[in-house]
Design a protein around this ligand. Structure first.
Ligand SMILES: [Fe+2]
Length: 171
């Protein structure tokens, strides 16, 4: 299922954080776009591209976590440690998956099934985490100067566009 940005449901009240979450949705949707390709489980070059995108997504997530943790810290939010811990666990798991994928790619054994597992993990982790932890930031957004809930314009495009274009072209 494609991730769709629903502002009411997912907003943290901080525009830059929402924008980054929306970009992460795009990255995860890019993985799904790739998986829809008939050659997703066969073409080695395309598989190299998907690993490149997953690497990029991991780096983007890491940068996003740092930005978000700063907001939790700044407002001394009661969930700041929970948030940090969840990010850390996610990144550990992600690195583990990346190593597994790279090893499979090197042995030419990377299958669509493995990528589907990653997709499910990414999608469910991110949605759960935003709903359970990140949206708790709304408590302090009302008094924040960074942004207001109203001025959030989440268009969610740009960061992953070169990958999305590649997968569309090869679809
Ligand atoms: Fe978070």
């Amino acid at each position: 299922m494609k991730l769709q940005w629903d502002h009411k449901k997912y907003t943290t009240g901080f525009a830059h954080i929402d924008q980054q979450h929306s970009e992460l949705f795009n990255g995860i949707n890019g993985l799904m776009l790739f998986l829809k390709q008939s050659t997703a489980g066969e073409n080695q070059k395309n598989k190299e591209k998907i690993l490149e995108m997953l690497q990029f997504l991991g780096e983007y997530a890491q940068k996003h976590f740092q930005d978000e943790e700063k907001v939790f810290e700044k407002h001394d939010h009661p969930m700041k440690e929970t948030n940090k811990k969840e990010h850390q666990l996610f990144l550990e798991k992600y690195v583990h998956y990346q190593k597994k994928l790279q090893a499979k790619l090197d042995q030419e054994r990377l299958t669509r099934g493995v990528l589907i597992q990653i997709h499910i993990f990414l999608q469910s982790w991110l949605v759960n985490h935003i709903l359970k932890v990140d949206t708790a930031l709304r408590d302090c957004a009302e008094n924040a100067t960074e942004s207001t809930v109203e001025d959030v314009a989440v268009t969610g495009k740009g960061t992953f566009s070169r990958f999305l274009a590649f997968f569309k072209r090869n679809n």
